[in-house]
Design a protein around this ligand. Sequence first.
Ligand code: ATP
Ligand code: MG
Length: 634
Amino acid sequence: MKTGDKYILLEKMSPLQKEALEDPEKFWGEQAKCLDWEKTWSKVLDWDYPNAEWFVGGKLNACYNCVDRHIKGNRRNKAAIIWEGEDGSCEVLTYYELYRQVNMFANVLQNLGVEKGDVVAIYMPMMTEAVVAMLACARIGAIHNTVFSGFSSEALSERINNSKAKVLVSTNTLYRRGKKIDLKGIVDKSALNCNSLNNVIYVPRGDEDIKLSFGRDYLWDELMAGARSRVEPEIMDSNDPLFILYTSGTTGSPKGVVHATGGYLTYATKTMDWTWGIEDTDVFWCTADIGWITGHSYVVYGPLSLGSTIVIYEGAIDYPEPDRLWKIIEKHGVTILYTAPTAIRMLMKYGEKWVKNHDLSTLRLLGTVGEPINPRAWKWYYSVVGDKNCPICDCYWQTETGGHVIYPPNGIQTVPLKPGSASFAGVGIEADIVDKDGKSVPPNTKGNLIIKKPWPGMLKGLWNDPERYKASYWNKIPGVFATSDYATKDDDGYIWILGRADEVLNVAGHRIGTAELEHELVSNPMVAESAVIGKPDEVKGEVPVAFVTLNPEYVGRPKEELKKELIQYIRDTMGPIAIPSIIFFVSKMPKTRSGKIMRRILKKLVVGEEIGDISTLEDTTSVDEIKQQLKGSK
Ligand code: ATP
Ligand code: MG
């Protein structure tokens, strides 16, 4: 290393990146031409810290860009959505069919009085109608607020009330692991507490009668039967909101992130292409739920804006057998698979025989997102799933960033990969790793990952909460966008995400990243998943406490023996200071619905505080199990 960051940055930088950083406005102005605009902008960026307006004065419609423009060209009969139900049924929607349905549903919403600027909540599992509903909102200028269908009635009411949604689109029944879940029951309960809500539209599933509440509830099919088949797309200002989406709630109460039309769609479209180098023949499968940002940018807006074919699967990826995911890839000829480390680890636990029974030769790229991927899972994904033929795109980003910000840009440049590193800052992203005062830290030093300048995918704000917007992103480190994640850059300039910035322990004056310790624990073959939190300690200030789930072959072994081995392992790999003071063996971790471990819950349990907002917790039995163990340890 000669001169610090600059040297490495320039050496690794693609010509595109150089262009982007040298003159961002000129660059993004060029890139925004990937969309069809009704009126060109007068100014690329209006930056009034901390508020950014992109493509000022530009007019466009997001739905037009994702649907209409393709049916005018030769993609009219191309598959837009390949849908598979958990029961194995399939449905293929061409771009033309998608266009028709979106137009009709846009008219349905209009007939219920939904106007430009109104909020429509969508509480649906992975059904084609969910995508239709999102695009129909965009078509008439309504703001969609998608709520993950695994949420409780309280979490749903909270999001409806906070966003003042007028209409809710849902379904009566959700199928998961062969079981039926009564979604209508949840909606009914939730709707009682929502004053803003005028109407609920249900997509009917199954043969049961749906009891509709007169004047409030309608059936999708009946409304569609009476709808017009053509609705002109509303011409939107580039800075009009496209959607509100609440964050996963891993670190605190969820934040209502708002994304605006022109900047967001430009960024989702370009990063889709820069990351994957999309070709017209690709079959892209992102397994994320549309209730999360990944489902917005890389199930709906990014791929459809590029006229790509997407796969949507309704159910659990290991149901009815552990090879369901591999079966789907084989059946539909998936070329790019984009999933989460938690899913990879789960499938890895079942063993490679489930993978090897399937022909996965159509795959050309693999992706991960959501949390750092541990090298063991990375290597399994690379060699067993990808047969060492598919580069792995580890994509780092957030609800707030709108699209990938740290990722290997396969579409434009090849970079050698390092398992566990998301590689480099993406095109047009001026990222750095800094200390709490905003000063760049030297290589191999832990710091805060920040972004120095606005980019088109950057959130427009938090819904009706400008103060929290400032406090959460701009006041932490003066003048820059704080991701609140810790990272480090190695000697080759690769960025390694180390976990949440607030998850660092101070053990007798030594700073230990919980992510680092977790990383070591899961490198041990016995451990499937781990979570580490800090417990206050009179002598050392803080001590690490580890929660561990075991790989199946170790489950029956005596816990004391396992503990001893793990302690020795940490002593050898990280040193005695990092040895957990307690190790709990649990059968599952408390996770958000998007698969992230909720360490804040573990922490509260250990220190004996109220556990607070658990609206996004996946399975409360995980908490009960830990409570039991804690009782036992006292
Ligand atoms: P909240 O902000 O409410 O606590 P959340 O941060 O979990 O919830 P998301 O926006 O869905 O909500 O998740 C973004 C976070 O996920 C990032 O800040 C980072 O911590 C983590 N993350 C995402 N992708 C990666 C990745 N490839 N490597 C490491 N971490 C990742
Ligand atoms: Mg976050």
